[in-house]
Ligand binder design. Structure first.
Ligand code: ADP
Ligand code: ASP
Ligand code: MG
Length: 477
């Protein structure tokens, strides 16, 4: 077991922290502030804001045989990257980067032409197309750092982040990653360089490009932090930290000052986009503190994610919502719940690698909630061989997270009376001691979250929540 590198901070910047040259300047200033403190930095970057969506659209267009559509999207992206590089760099740094950006886009265009010619888009090729986002942003950020005296050194993430071949949601192979990080990234850090690599992307042991799933750059940061035994991991985004709920739904959401790994993981899994669900694990295993910080407001303290949950007067620390879910009701009409029935049901979901979010059972029926996905008709057809099946889409899950739920009597009563006007379809409490979740109609999400937030965060515990943030919002209104 190797020793922690206390002086190493792994800093991850999301797409919104890299949306244009100005945002990249802010990113460079934040990294410079860490270097000035005598810290070593390894930087993980997402693609520029919205680029991943546009690359996916280009891949899909090519897959439909729409070559012109795919190339038009790629051309727009090329201009955006070249314009940003022009604003960001001068002299030899600009001269070095421009041809590299053009070469990447030439390769992307060739790839899109190939996909359009075949008229078929495989998961493997989709990963290759989407990887260009992080490949480009990491090169640009490394060049920007080099020009600003930060000793930026670009690392192709695919040389370090070794994964299995589950395209679209590849699983990292941690021992192999740790070995590669030591071989490739550590010497750069020891030479006082700022290593910059793209998040989200990796490669199989055979070198085939993969991705870790949407939002996966957070995961890369945790893998790099864990693999190099960093002293801290900083996730830089566009909000002041983990908030009491998504500030886009509830503008008076408060910053949570400290939250436990377990609580943060639960929130991420149940829809809080601020962190990728798997991020926390590599950091927890090595006990590395994680901070969520705002690149537009770098002075703010952000949220610290710690091993042990801070005790708090409020039963909940945050409310997450996950949309685009489907409820499947499976009723055992032909045979009552006999031995092996549950297994038969779950085997069907297993066959399609479909993740179940919530389950509730009665004597003859099982209700399950799953992400709405294209395999659902096939899943239902298989299930209908053993039971009567009904599927209902446009559902959402609300998840209330807090270490102190267990200490509060009558909490379920409070939750459901706060949203008594909303139709609740399924409830789960106690499966995890730190969350209480329920399913509602998608269209009721905003209203339900606001009502719950109003009820549970009206009188916040100042030790845990940033109450001043609310005063500012109120005085602005
Ligand atoms: P990045 O590009 O930095 O990865 P994301 O868009 O993935 O950023 O995540 C940040 C967004 O997460 C915020 O803009 C916010 O709208 C959303 N979000 C959802 N739930 C929360 C929450 N509980 N706290 C903070 N942000 C949240
Ligand atoms: N660029 C990828 C995405 O948009 C990964 C990330 O940003 O974390 O999903
Ligand atoms: Mg993200």
């Amino acid at each position: 077991m190797s020793v922690a590198r206390e002086s190493l901070v792994v800093m991850k910047f999301g797409g919104t922290s890299l949306e244009d040259a100005k945002a990249m300047e802010r990113t460079a200033a934040i990294v410079a502030s860490r270097r000035k403190k005598g810290l070593d930095a390894a930087v993980v970057v997402s693609a520029m804001a919205k680029v991943t969506d546009q690359l996916l659209a280009a891949a899909a267009a090519a897959g439909r045989g729409d070559k012109a559509g795919a190339l038009a999207l790629s051309s727009r992206l090329r201009h955006r990257h070249i314009d940003t590089a022009t604003d960001l760099l001068t002299g030899e740094h600009a001269a070095g980067l421009h041809p590299a950006v053009h070469a990447e886009f030439d390769a992307l265009d060739d790839l899109l032409r190939g996909i359009a010619a075949v008229g078929e888009l495989t998961a493997r090729t989709n990963d290759l197309v989407v990887s260009f986002g992080e490949r480009l942003s990491s090169r640009m950020v490394a060049a920007a750092f080099a020009q600003r005296g930060l000793e930026g050194a670009h690392v192709d993430a695919r040389s370090c982040i070794v994964t299995d071949a589950n395209y679209g949601k590849a699983a990292p192979l941690e021992p192999a990653i740790e070995a590669k990080l030591r071989e490739i990234v550590l010497p750069l850090i020891e030479a006082k360089k700022t290593a910059v690599m793209g998040g989200f992307i990796g490669a199989t042991t055979e070198g085939i490009t993969t991705t870790l799933g949407r939002g996966g750059s957070d995961y890369t940061a945790a893998l790099v932090g864990g693999g190099l035994h960093a002293g801290a991991i900083e996730i830089w985004t566009d909000v002041n930290g983990i908030m009491t709920t998504d500030p886009r739904i509830c503008p008076d959401a408060l910053r949570v000052k400290t939250i436990s790994f377990e609580e943060a993981a639960e929130l991420a899994y149940f829809g809080a986009k601020v962190l990728h669900p798997a991020t926390i694990l590599p950091a927890v295993q090595k006990n590395i503190p994680v901070w969520v910080l705002n690149s537009r407001n770098a002075e703010n303290e952000g949220t610290q994610i710690t091993a042990v949950a801070p005790r708090c007067k409020s039963p909940f620390k945050s409310i997450a919502a996950k949309k685009k879910l489907t409820i499947i009701d499976i009723v055992a009409s032909r045979m009552l719940m006999s031995h092996g029935y549950m297994k038969a049901v779950f085997d069907v979901f297993d066959k399609y690698k479909c993740v179940i979010d919530m389950v509730s059972t009665s004597e003859v029926s099982i209700s399950l909630s799953v992400d709405s996905n294209q395999r659902l008709p096939e899943i239902c057809e298989d299930l209908s061989k053993i039971a009567d099946v009904k599927m209902e889409g446009n559902k959402a899950l609300i998840c209330m997270v807090g270490e102190d739920i267990r200490g509060h009597n009558g909490i379920a009563g409070q939750v459901f009376s706060a949203i008594s006007h909303v139709n609740v379809r399924m409830i789960s409490q106690g499966a995890s001691e730190i969350n209480m979740s329920f399913m509602i109609e998608e269209e009721d999400v905003e209203e339900a979250v606001r009502s719950l937030h109003k009820h549970f965060f009206a009188d916040p515990d100042e030790a845990i929540f940033d109450v001043e943030a609310r005063v500012q919002v109120e005085s602005k209104a």
